[in-house]
Design a protein around this ligand. Structure first.
Ligand code: NPW
Ligand code: ADP
Ligand code: K
Length: 481
């Protein structure tokens, strides 16, 4: 599990630790880790051209001290100072003492084998300032290593309010920052490496699962298992207009670990023809047999309102997607007030905007504003509806009403293909039926779906939603090692 902490949490832990250590210890720990990573990235340190972009704060100090360490190993290190009169004096003195120099030739940025971005770190606000902006657009031949955070990325939210410096590698200190895990910020961070500097941190509000976490979370049948004990997932999806959504949601549900899939709706005939292993009933959830979780809404069309009402009236977990969400937005959060079992909402940003409009008297933010502030949007929705919310898109995030968030580290933009959300809904619903809680089911489903998408798109080709579904079994095997 990767844990990410806010700037406020990092500052508090830093103050507590600094009070017990000689001055400068943390910066030296940070610089040592940073220089070690840079040395690994260079074919050889001796003779390499390294440029340090140094801003006015401690982020610049880290970069200058790391530059000094590389200079001592024979690199030709020069520093471009963004605010010469406020540069970190200790860092600059160390660089000079090691044989490094200050330059004003911005062309050195483009010619460097390695650039250290120490313009601004967790003290940064707003995008890059004018004096730093040319570097965001400049050509580069070497690798760019961001110090703690790519400059211009908001560390807490991942928002990129103006220009930002795109890194190949980010070396962060003490903990991950949410902005390194959430797009658009994550797309500027490249590969993220953590350097332990000894901070004692509180519980993280934002986490990201890794393979090992999934391996411990996914339901695996035992000798005592039978199909009912493994869980039955009910899928109320598809309509005369959108029969395909039923097939895609069922395709996902069949790969989610439940022992059986029960389909209800107008596409029963198509479903059973394609997937003979599925139990089918026409009608709605109320008339179907027992299930341990419902998926309601994909391609539901006019039937979505009734399916939603009947599913919400049941005492089992319910996942609401697509047309079910449109209907829920019309009803507002009151529709979930009487529920005794958890509810999981899986909107894309357009549906999230509709849900917010249904929850508050204020005008909702536009879908692109929601996407730019994904963490805050998902948390707000979860709080308004008192439900777990999986907000889809580039960096899918799962938020609980408590504010706890899981960020999904897998996925590919090739997943932006019609119907892939239906597969995700079926998969997550199946994990719910198998007994996972809403947070685990949603984040595990997003993880597997993202891996399946990547595998289907391997080599960089287009994928269909059914291709993604077909790769889910292999995604299970990958995470279970
Ligand atoms: N936490 C830890 O445990 C440890 C932290 N460490 C390191 O310290 C870093 C934090 O250092 P920090 O607090 O000095 O802030 P930092 O990021 O250098 O920026 C503040 C300066 O930038 C300026 N500025 C602001 N916005 C800007 C912008 N958009 N564009 C340009 N400039 C901008 C602002 O100036 P002003 O707004 O006054 O003009 C101010 O002078 C942290 O990221 C890590 O690298 C490690 O050494 C080890 C332990
Ligand atoms: N730019 C992107 N990068 C990564 N994943 C994306 C991107 N855009 C969409 N996705 C993923 O693709 C899927 C699309 O789901 P959705 O919008 O519900 O489509 P549909 O309704 O056609 O099934 C979601 O899993 C979403 O997270
Ligand atoms: K930086």
């Amino acid at each position: 599990m990767r844990h990410a902490h806010t700037v406020e949490q990092v500052r508090a832990a830093e103050a507590e630790l600094m009070a017990r250590l000689p001055e400068g210890t943390l910066m030296q720990r940070a610089a040592a880790g940073l220089a070690a990573t840079c040395a690994r990235l260079l074919p050889r340190v001796y003779g390499s051209r390294v440029v340090v972009l140094a801003g006015s704060g401690d982020n610049g100090g880290d970069a200058l001290y790391a530059g000094a360490r590389l200079a001592r190993r024979g690199a030709a290190v020069s520093a471009l100072l963004l605010a010469p009169e406020r540069v970190h004096t200790g860092g600059l003195a160390a660089l000079r003492a090691a044989g490094g120099r200050v330059t004003t030739d911005q062309g050195e940025f483009s010619r460097a084998d390695l650039v250290l971005d120490g313009i601004v770190g967790i003290g940064g606000r707003g995008g890059l300032r004018p004096e730093a902006q040319p570097y965001a657009a400049a050509e580069r031949r070497g690798v760019v290593v961001a110090v703690d955070v790519p400059s211009g990325v908001d560390p807490d939210s991942g928002a990129v309010p103006g220009a930002a410096l795109r890194a190949d590698v980010t070396v962060c200190f003490g903990t991950y920052k949410p902005g390194l895990l959430v797009d658009p910020g994550a797309s500027y961070a490249g590969i993220v490496q953590l350097v332990d500097i000894g901070l004692a941190l509180p519980g993280a509000g934002v986490t990201a699962l890794q393979h090992d976490d999934l391996a411990g979370m996914l339901p695996v049948p035992t000798v005592e298992s039978d199909k009912y004990r493994r869980g039955v997932v009910g899928v109320a999806a598809g309509s005369a207009r959108y029969p395909g959504a039923a097939l895609l949601a069922v395709a996902g549900a069949l790969r989610g670990g439940a022992g059986a899939v029960r389909y209800v709706g107008t596409a029963a005939e198509e479903v059973v023809r394609r997937f003979p292993e599925v139990l089918v009933t026409e009608g709605g959830p109320a008339g179907a047999g027992r299930v341990q979780a419902w998926v309601v809404g994909p391609g539901g069309g006019d039937g979505a309102a009734r399916a939603l009402e009947e599913a919400l009236a049941s005492p089992v977990p319910v996942l609401v997607d697509a047309d079910g969400l449109t209907e829920l937005a019309r009803l507002g959060p009151a529709a979930l007030a009487g529920r005794t079992a958890p509810t999981l909402l899986t909107p894309h940003t357009g549906e999230a905007a509709r849900l917010l409009a249904g929850a508050t008297a204020q005008a909702p933010p536009a879908a692109d504003e929601l996407a730019a502030a994904r963490l805050a949007s998902a948390r707000r929705l979860a709080a308004e509806y008192r439900a777990t919310v999986l907000l889809k898109g580039s960096t899918t995030v799962v938020a609980e009403p408590t504010g706890e968030v899981r960020v999904n580290p897998t996925g590919t933009s090739w997943l932006a293909t019609a119907g892939s959300g239906d597969v995700l809904a079926g998969l997550a619903g199946s994990l719910l039926a198998a007994g996972l809680g809403t947070l685990d089911a949603a984040s595990a489903a997003a993880y597997l779906h993202g891996l399946g998408g990547r595998e289907a798109a391997a080599g960089g080709g287009p994928v269909t939603a059914l291709d993604v579904a077909a790769r889910l079994g292999s995604a299970w095997r990958v995470v279970r090692g």
